[in-house]
Write a new protein. Structure first.
Length: 556
């Protein structure tokens, strides 16, 4: 038949010499010597095979295009509803008030995202809006519906790349139904606001309870410390005021000054006591020898004017006697009268001296009693100061704790009042404020039907071209033959055309029996446009067969 493709033929083997195997490869002359039937048959192969490859590639293209059309026809529309909202800072009262504004806004918006994507909010919104299609009596919403809605809800910042860059954020919900997407967005915002109000109410209730408990504990501790301070002050009596003053103003100079005054008084009395002791000693000598009155110190004479006058009279009498002795003899009446007057004066001094001694002794005894009193007073004052100084650290600790507890109690009361006010305002407050109504785009989101079909056509064309190029072998150069390289290493063909190269004789193991696949492959096409097909290329390399393209491989 004229349209019958050529069949696979057996390879032509060259004879083997005694010295070794001889390999020969036919040159282009063998091509020209090929039968004319082979060239004619190859010429009739090309149109049929090109049509076969073209049909397969066109079929693949049509399959891809039909699949794209089906996807475009069956793809449901997806609508996106969006609404910009602002989360009020009052929604999360009690947080860190000294944080930067961006961080506070970011915390508020992150909390809003967590709340709006929580299962109770999503479930409440789905129950309010209802399913897309009424099906059976199955419970709605299911966990699958909740997860699908969670995937469809997106919270994105209105401006900037991250949360906290502005006060507003955008809530976006996707659904197959445009009205349902709008209702879901409104329901989610409303239920998120309700959830935040409930969350804030629980937070304020817990905070109020904690602050009330803290207030009770602080008041109890404060009352105990105040009672302890009052007991310490009561035990000290008047020194309690002194201890309080020392705690408020840590200055012990007042206590030390009283001790210094007592020490000065004691020192002064001791000096006077020593002086009177000296006076008693002098007066005792004067009583034995009245002429010693001249040695009495002036301080004693100042305390006893009689002794001063006697001293002056004694001095005058002695001076007059000495003067008269210088003028008259010892027996002179004037000298005798002066001597008698001096003796009388000495007698009187001897009589007055015991009285002076007794007066000095009284003064000394008085000074001694004063010294004893001052010493006892100083000892008591020293003991009092030591006691105050011993109690002062404990008193300061308790007083500092009382002040700290008083400040803490005042702060707790302020926070408690604020928490109660916030708890009362939760019911009437709205923490999620919509900036604009819910909006949807004019077209569904995602690629449209025309885009899908156009993409399918483009993909189909690419698939068809790829299949066509895979089925049709590439033409190498412009030669009419397709030279095949032998798989096993052969002899080097460095001789001229038509000549053979002899190799040294080698000992080769016996070959396994060869199977002739020609009958099984007799009905397969072997060449297209004088080139072997992809299938026969593999067969040639695995079975060492050749095709009728003018190329002959000589295998031993």
């Amino acid at each position: 038949m004229s349209n019958q493709l050529p069949k696979i033929g057996n390879e032509v083997a060259s004879p083997t010499s005694e010295k070794g195997h001889t390999y020969s490869r036919c040159n282009k002359a063998s091509v020209s010597a090929s039968p004319p039937e082979t060239s004619a048959a190859a010429a009739t192969i090309s149109p049929a095979w090109w049509k076969y490859s073209l049909r397969i590639s066109v079929g693949c293209t049509l399959c891809v295009v039909v699949l794209a059309v089906l996807v475009a026809a069956l793809k449901p529309d997806v609508w996106e509803a969006r609404q910009s909202v602002v989360v009020r800072p009052e929604a999360f009262a009690g947080g860190p008030q000294n944080a930067p504004a961006n961080e506070r806004r970011q915390d508020l918006q992150n909390t809003f995202v967590t709340v709006i994507q929580s299962q109770p909010v999503l479930e409440s919104a789905l129950k309010e809006v209802g399913p897309l299609r009424r099906t059976g009596a199955s419970a709605f919403p299911t966990l699958r519906d909740i997860d699908a809605l969670r995937e469809a809800v997106k919270i994105v910042p209105v401006a900037g790349d991250e949360f906290g860059s502005s006060d507003a954020i955008s809530v976006r919900v996707r659904d197959r139904s445009r009205p349902r997407a709008v209702r879901l967005t409104e329901a989610l915002v409303r239920h998120a606001d309700q959830a935040i109000r409930e969350l804030q109410a629980r937070r304020m209730a817990e905070m109020t309870e904690e602050l009330t408990r803290a207030q009770h504990l602080t008041e109890t501790a404060l009352h105990a410390d105040q009672t302890r301070l009052e007991k310490m002050e009561a035990d000290l009596g008047a020194d309690g005021i002194t201890l309080r003053l020392l705690e408020e103003k840590p200055d012990t100079s007042g206590l030390r000054s009283s001790l210094e005054q007592l020490d000065n008084q004691i020192q002064e009395l001791e000096s006077r006591q020593l002086q009177y002791e000296n006076m008693l000693e002098v007066l005792s000598q004067v009583r034995e020898a009245p002429s010693q009155l001249q040695a009495v110190p002036s301080a004693l004479l100042d305390a006893h004017p009689t002794l001063r006058r006697l001293q002056e009279a004694l001095t005058e009498a002695e001076v007059r006697l000495i003067s008269l002795k210088g003028q008259h003899a010892e027996e002179h009446p004037a000298v005798i009268a002066a001597r008698l007057s001096l003796d009388e004066l000495r007698r009187r001094i001897a009589e007055e001296t015991p009285t002076a001694i007794e007066a000095v002794q009284h003064e000394w005894a008085l000074i001694r009693s004063q010294l004893d009193f001052l010493r006892n007073q100083r000892q008591a004052e020293s003991a009092r100061i030591e006691k105050l100084m011993a109690l002062l650290p404990e008193y300061r600790t308790i007083a500092a704790r009382v002040r700290s507890e008083s400040q803490a109690l005042e702060s707790i009361r302020q926070q408690l009042n604020q928490a109660r006010a916030a708890q009362a305002a939760v019911a009437s407050s709205r923490f999620i404020v919509p900036v604009e109504p819910v909006q949807t785009g004019a077209q569904p989101v995602g690629p449209g039907r025309q885009t899908i079909i156009a993409g399918g056509v483009a993909c189909g064309l690419m698939v068809g071209v790829a299949v066509f190029l895979w089925l049709v072998p590439a033409v190498r150069g412009t030669s009419e033959t397709y030279p095949l390289k032998p798989l096993a290493p052969g002899p080097a063909l460095d001789a001229k055309e038509g000549e053979t190269t002899e190799l040294p004789q080698q000992h080769t193991p016996p070959e396994a029996p060869r199977i002739d696949p020609t009958p099984a492959l007799s009905n397969l096409p072997v060449a297209v446009c004088d080139e072997p097909s992809l299938l026969h290329r593999a067969l040639i390399q695995t079975t060492h067969l050749s095709v009728a393209t003018g190329e002959v491989l000589c295998d031993p």
